[in-house]
Ligand binder design. Sequence first.
Ligand code: HEM
Length: 349
Amino acid sequence: MNITLKPTHVVDAVTHPNPYPFYAELVAQRPFYYDEALKAWVVSGAEGVTEILSHPACRVRPLDEPVPRGLVGSAAAGIFQHLARMNDGYKHLELKQAINARLARLEATRLMSLSQRWAQEFWQAGTSLNEYSFELPVYIMADCLGIPSDCLSETVRWVRQFALCLNPLSTPDQVGIGKMAAERLWEMLEPEQGEAWAANLIGLMFQAYEATAGLIGNTLLAIRELGRQILERPHLLPEFIQEVIRFNPSVQNTRRYLSEDVVIGGHALRAGDTVVVVLAAANRDPQANRQYFTFGLGGHACPGARAASIITQAAIEQCIQTGVADNMHALGYHAYPNLRIPILQERGQ
Ligand code: HEM
C-alpha cells in the first residue's frame, strides 16, 4: 500500500509530494494563527492573506535586520539593500516605478520570439531538462535587459551563484560562492548603472530564476499527470499555465514583519512579529472568489508575472515539440523553505 504521510508544517509542506490536503485543513481550521514552533503567525485564508499583504505595518524586512546578518559587509549586501523587493516606503515606490517602466518596454511578441529562440538553442545544445528549466529564464531576462551577448553566459552563471547566498538552506561554502558572484555582478553593472539600478537589474535576473524554473517544472508535471489534452490542443497552453500558477505554484509562501502593534483580522500582532503568508493555500480557499495570490498582492506584487508566463509558455512549447513533455518525471523537489521546484529528469537518462 502506498501511504503518503502528511506534512507536519508549512515549511515541510513546500517540498512534500502533496501539501494541498494539509493546506486545506489549515484554511478550514486555522486560517490565521500563531505557530509556537515557528515563532510566527501563519496566515493561509484568502481574507487574512489579503489583509496582511495590504497592511502598511507589514514590512518586507524585519526593522532590526534590513539586510541578512550573514551578508553584511559583502557586495551581496550592497545589492540586497537596494532591491525593491526588500524595501518599503518611498525608496520602494521609486524603484518599483522604474522596474515597472523597464518591464513595460518588453513588448509581448518580442519577448515571446526571443524566448522561443533561446528555448530552441538550449535544446539544440543538449542541456539537461533540469538545467534548461533553471537557466533559460535567466538567459532570456538577461538578454532582454541588454546584457551584451558575449557576457551572457558568465552573467547567468553569476546570477545562479548569487542566488545561493540568499537561500537560508545553503551551506557556508555555497554562501561564499554566492558572495563572490555578487562581487563579479557588481563590478560589471555598478559603474555604468549606478548602485540602485545595478542592484535591481541583478534583482530582475535573480527573480526570473528559481520561481520561473518552478513554474516550468510544475507545468510539465501537470501536463504529465492530467494534461494529455494539452499535447493534443496546444492552443490551450496559456490558460493551462495560469491554472498551474493557481493550483501548484512555485512560490508557496512569503513573509512579512510587523513594524508596530496592530490588530489585523481580529488578532493582536506585536511590533517585531513575523508572519508566514501561505499564498499556495489562499489560492484554493473555498470561501474566496476564484483568484490567485501566487504573484503576491498590493505594493510588492510581482511585476514579472506577464514575462514569467510568456517565458514558461515558450519553454513548454519546446518540450512538447521535442516530445520531452511526454517523457519526463520528477525525482523530488529542490530544497527551499518557500519555493516548490521539482527536480526534473528525462526518462532514460
Ligand atoms: C520573469 C520572471 C520574474 C521577474 C522579472 C520577477 C520580478 C519580481 C520583482 C522585481 C519583485 C519585487 C516587487 C516588489 O517588491 O515591489 C517580485 C515579487 C514577487 N514575485 Fe516575481 N518575478 C518573476 C517571476 C515570478 C514567478 C514565476 C513567481 C511565482 C510563480 C513570482 C512571484 C513573486 C511574488 C510572490 C512576489 C512578491 C513577494 C512578496 O510580496 O513578498 N515571480 N518579482
